[in-house]
Ligand binder design. Sequence first.
Ligand SMILES: [Zn+2]
Length: 111
Amino acid sequence: MAEFRGPVHLAASEVERAVPSGTSGAFALGYARPQEGAVFISYVGRADTDLRAAVLSHVGGRYTACFYLPLASPAEAYAEECRLWHEMGGEDLDSGDHPVPPGDHACPVCE
Ligand SMILES: [Zn+2]
C-alpha cells in the first residue's frame, strides 16, 4: 500500500486538514504502534463521493490511525479497496465481507 498517504491520527481536526472532500477514494483504519514504528490495519473501506466524510464517520470509534488514497472514480476506489482488503487479511478484517462494487465492476484480485 505504498501509494496510500498517512498515517493520519484519526481525529477530526487532523482528518479535515489532510483528507480531501468531494472525491472518491479508499482508506484503511487501524492502530498506531509507535514502539514498532508501525500501524496495524484492521478495517478497509472506500468512499464513492466524499472520502473525508467517510473517514470522519469513524472518528471517535475504535481506531486511532488512518491511511487514505484519493481516486478519480468509484470504480477506481473499489479496485483499490479490493486490493487492500485482500492484502490486509480479507475476511479476518473487522470490515469483514468482501467489498461490494459500485455497479457492475469485478474485483481485480478475484477475477
Ligand atoms: Zn476480491
